[in-house]
Ligand binder design. Structure first.
Ligand SMILES: NC(=O)c1ccc[n+]([C@@H]2O[C@H](COP(=O)([O-])OP(=O)(O)OC[C@H]3O[C@@H](n4cnc5c(N)ncnc54)[C@H](OP(=O)(O)O)[C@@H]3O)[C@@H](O)[C@H]2O)c1
Length: 209
């Protein structure tokens, strides 16, 4: 696994990243995103709930296996991957309810993190997760926050599902911008698309930098 450094500017918010995370290495990490989106690029409905139509067994198997291999799972306060092995995983939960880094009162192995008050490197060190894959699992703001830094993004698409007015994968996704547009804009390129569940129209494309 290679060292992950803050990269040269690729998009507008790279300067934000440099300001927050500085110029240093953040350890031997590989940053990977995981999402399942509707045909119109949404991860949840307008109320912030993930509809059953976006749940797929094959996608869940893919996600849960990948998260078992990750060094840390990162998500916002309203997201969680669930499943029987979730409690074993180290995790950072983004929230503005704390100033920087704080213990999470409920699950073991997890810390609350506010990026405005502590760098990612500091949060990882506090969690004792100094190597391995950083698996980013959403939601919208968290997926967007890491856009300049993904080494890979695993984009599952549910071709038969539409969620008008829903929550987009990335903040910039909308009527004229697809998730793929956003990934390209931030320097990622697709590998071959494969079927996860052909009968249900579920495909997976891994995007890499
Ligand atoms: N389809 C998919 O692949 C997928 C993936 C992920 C989630 N989802 C679904 O999407 C819905 C939730 O998404 P969401 O976007 O509303 O929620 P979310 O990202 O899980 O949580 C939002 C909260 O995270 C915190 N947060 C986010 N960005 C932050 C930042 N930069 N700094 C500090 N705190 C930050 C804030 O918490 P505080 O309010 O505590 O400050 C914010 O209110 C759920 O239904 C979930 O199941 C779907």
């Amino acid at each position: 696994m290679r060292e992950t450094a803050v990269r040269a500017p690729l998009a507008g918010n790279d300067s934000l990243w440099r300001a927050r995370y500085g110029r240093g290495m953040i350890g031997p990490h590989h940053i990977e995103g995981y999402a399942i989106v509707s045909a119109d690029g949404m991860i949840a409905d307008a109320a912030g709930n993930m509809p059953d139509t976006l749940h797929n067994e094959s996608d869940q198997r893919f996600l849960q296996t990948a998260l078992d291999r990750a060094g840390v799972v990162v998500h916002g306060r309203r997201s969680h991957e669930g499943g029987p092995r979730a409690a074993r995983r180290k995790r950072l939960i983004l929230t503005r309810r704390i100033a920087a880094i704080a213990p999470d009162p409920s699950p073991a192995n997890s810390l609350l993190w506010n990026p405005a008050g502590a760098t990612l490197a500091q949060a990882l060190a506090a969690l004792g997760a100094e190597d391995g894959i950083i698996a980013v699992i959403g939601g919208t703001e968290v997926f967007s926050f890491f856009l300049p830094l993904y080494d890979a993004f695993h984009l599952t698409r549910a071709a038969g599902v539409r969620i008008p007015g829903g929550r987009p994968l990335f903040a910039e996704v909308g009527p004229t911008t697809t998730p793929e547009d956003a990934l390209i804009h931030h320097g990622l390129r697709p590998r071959a698309r494969r079927d996860l569940d052909a009968a249900a129209g579920i495909t997976l494309t891994t995007w890499e930098r």
